[in-house]
Design a protein around this ligand. Structure first.
Ligand SMILES: [Mn+2]
Length: 205
């Protein structure tokens, strides 16, 4: 989505709502999971074949990114080094929990002067796994669904809002279907104002 907006001549910003910072590299991974390296390659680091997939390199300047909700215990020393050297705007999960709307507003303010559209990445693993075990990677100090809704509602209400990516919603973790339904209803409420009355009641999404 970042590449698509950039190819259209837009200057997108990205708010990365995720339980992780995803600053791994193929060279140093233990898991081999590509999803843990996404931020690295957006920033132009890592493997050139991935970092140069888009219409420009780096695909995103570091100051066009805001990380929201990652668990500060997760990044390795190497990942913290990358986060610091790029001077990423980064709000760990405890700060988001204490004031979700303010954290979202600060992320938008950071991007606002530099970008003309805002993409929102929402990894379900930013939610507390004990209460909402829908993601593949557990985080036991994550957000409540209400806190995530407050964050997403603020972000998606931005006039610059251009799209929402939802990742890691794994139906295998939800045999009764209740978690997926709660997620879809929440997303319906969040996106309703942007998409119009069809989704506005949160119940028909
Ligand atoms: Mn994640």
């Amino acid at each position: 989505m970042v590449a698509g907006l950039a190819a259209q001549g837009s200057t997108p910003g990205l708010v990365y709502v995720d339980g992780d910072a995803d600053l791994g590299t193929p060279d140093t991974t233990d898991s081999g999971v590509l999803d843990t390296m996404g931020m690295t390659h957006l920033l132009g680091d890592g493997v050139p074949a991935l970092a140069r997939l888009g219409p420009r390199h780096p695909l995103l300047p570091a100051d066009h990114i805001a990380l929201l909700g990652f668990d500060p215990a997760e990044p390795s020393t190497e990942h913290w080094g990358r986060l610091a050297s790029h001077r990423l705007h980064a709000t760990p999960v405890a700060a988001v929990r204490s004031d979700p709307e303010a954290a979202a507003a600060a992320a938008l303010a950071h991007l606002g002067a530099r970008t003309d559209s805002v993409l929102v990445h929402f990894d379900v693993d930013v939610l507390d796994t004990g209460a909402f075990p829908l993601a593949n990677f557990p985080h036991f100090n994550g957000l409540t669904v209400d806190q995530a809704e407050a964050v997403l509602a603020r972000l998606c209400a931005s006039p610059a809002f251009a799209g929402l990516v939802v990742t890691e919603a794994n139906p295998d973790h939800d045999p009764e279907g209740g978690l997926m339904e709660a997620l879809v209803r929440m997303l319906g409420r969040v996106l309703g104002p942007a998409l119009g009355p069809a989704l506005g009641d949160g119940g028909t999404a």
